[in-house]
Design a protein around this ligand. Structure first.
Ligand code: HEM
Length: 159
């Protein structure tokens, strides 16, 4: 697993300090952007309640729970910047679960783009090229582990 530079960690921690206190509204901005970038992803959120269009989906309690789950994973990564490898098994397993519910690993990258969009909206001038790169580096590590779990799950099923 890759590691982050001291500067990356400093930028990530400073920017998450206030965002992390208000996870759901920021997560909703992220997922609204996600559905703008790839509306087909809506179909993967078929909970009991209707998730037929973006507005229905964004106000469904199960969907908001998923938003919270995603934000908690990001929060956990930010809290473990010095030892991201300690989240390795959890992230592998998370990748497996997403393979099982039909999420394509390429979609993790679209979530990453949406995360950057949300950061840009909120950080204003603090959203510099270095800030963007620090988050890309961290999210890249998270997604690499999830994608590995995703691939392993696919292989198990092919056996
Ligand atoms: C387009 C991308 C994604 C889609 C379509 C998607 C969809 C889903 C679905 C359908 C579930 C199962 C139902 C549920 O628990 O709500 C799930 C579970 C979950 N997702 Fe995602 N997801 C995506 C990306 C992510 C990302 C990037 C993260 C974290 C960084 C994440 C974190 C979680 C967590 C923590 C769970 C719960 C797993 C468990 O039950 O233990 N998801 N996701």
């Amino acid at each position: 697993m890759e590691t982050l530079s001291g500067k990356d960690k400093e930028l990530i921690r400073s920017s998450w300090e206030s965002l992390g206190k208000n996870k759901v509204p920021h997560g909703v901005i992220m997922f609204s952007r996600l559905f703008e970038l790839d509306p087909a992803l809506l179909t993967l959120f078929h909970y009991n309640t209707n998730c037929g269009n973006t507005q229905d989906c964004l106000s469904s309690p199960e969907f908001l729970e998923h938003v919270t789950k995603v934000m908690l994973v990001i929060d956990a990564a930010v809290s473990h910047l010095d030892d991201l490898h300690s989240l390795g098994d959890f992230l592998l397993n998370l990748g497996r679960k997403h393979q099982a519910v039909g999420v394509n690993p390429q979609s993790f990258a679209v979530v990453g783009e949406s995360l950057l969009y949300m950061l840009q909206c909120n950080l204003g001038q603090a959203y510099t090229a270095a800030m963007r790169q620090a988050w890309l580096n961290m999210y890249g590590i998270v997604v690499a582990a999830m994608s590995q779990g995703w691939a392993e799950n696919g292989e198990d099923k092919a056996d």
